[in-house]
Design a protein around this ligand. Structure first.
Ligand SMILES: C[S@@+](CC[C@H](N)C(=O)[O-])C[C@H]1O[C@@H](n2cnc3c(N)ncnc32)[C@H](O)[C@@H]1O
Length: 217
């Protein structure tokens, strides 16, 4: 009897695991077609702005399905991390000619598996909205970036208009449940400043909904 229960427990767990894996694959497969309509609105250009100028040893946070990978031009090496296996598999299939200089890691930004001051540049696009503990992730970015190293990101952020920001506050609790933990209302610029980075340039896009930040440690 006990053995039978154990077996059905295993089957349940196995089925749950299979569904979970399938969901992960499904979400990763959906990501590219869902984000593609944003390209003509500037997202493709912002990727080039963030990644194209990254030099030396580069760390990319939240690489996702690897949409930034074709835009690296002058980096010597790229370490790209993401906690999501299904997305990493897609990023891997996108490496093509970049295999020698790009290494993919399953890791979270809050706990980076790299030595202090290991990188000349850290980049990310559309990631700080979904990191569960963004302050901790910024401390990690600070740790692995060499003094004078660059930190360049594009994020969607909390709007400066109080009424619209209030709407973002209202929508976020539901939105983050259906959109992989994405918060619509994070003030990422303020977090980056509080973490001690020196912000050199800020570019606002689409009425400040998206923001490009160029900072230095
Ligand atoms: C909206 S997607 C952006 C993907 C990619 N950067 C892009 O621009 O297409 C957000 C990514 O952040 C990743 N992510 C979520 N939590 C994270 C964490 N704690 N550390 C690093 N990446 C994380 C997700 O797995 C997902 O791939």
């Amino acid at each position: 009897m006990a053995q039978g229960m154990l077996r059905s427990g295993h089957v349940l767990r196995f089925t749950f695991y299979k569904i979970y894996l399938t969901m992960g694959e499904f979400m990763a497969a959906l990501y590219d077609p869902l984000i593609a309509p944003l390209d003509p609105m500037g997202v493709r250009k912002w990727r080039e702005w963030v990644v194209g100028a990254a030099r030396g040893r580069v760390l990319e946070l939240g690489v996702g399905t690897g949409l930034n990978l074709p835009h690296y031009r002058v980096a010597d090496s790229v370490a790209a991390i993401d906690p999501d296996d299904a997305s990493l598999r897609r990023a891997f299939s996108r490496l093509n000619g970049n295999r020698a200089r790009v290494a993919l890691y399953r890791a979270s930004a809050e706990e980076l598996p790299f030595a202090a001051e290991a990188f000349d540049a850290v980049v990310d696009t559309l990631v700080f909205c979904s990191i569960p503990n963004p302050e901790r992730a910024l401390r990690e970015v600070c740790r692995v970036l060499r003094p004078g190293g660059t930190f360049r990101v594009v994020e969607h952020v909390r709007l400066r208009n109080r009424i619209l920001a209030g709407a973002q506050d209202v929508i976020t609790p539901v939105w983050k449940e259906i959109a992989g933990g994405c918060h619509l209302n994070r003030d990422t610029l303020a977090m980056i400043e509080r973490a001690g980075f020196r912000v050199r340039a800020v570019r606002r896009h689409i009425g400040g909904l998206f923001i490009g930040i160029d900072a230095i440690k």
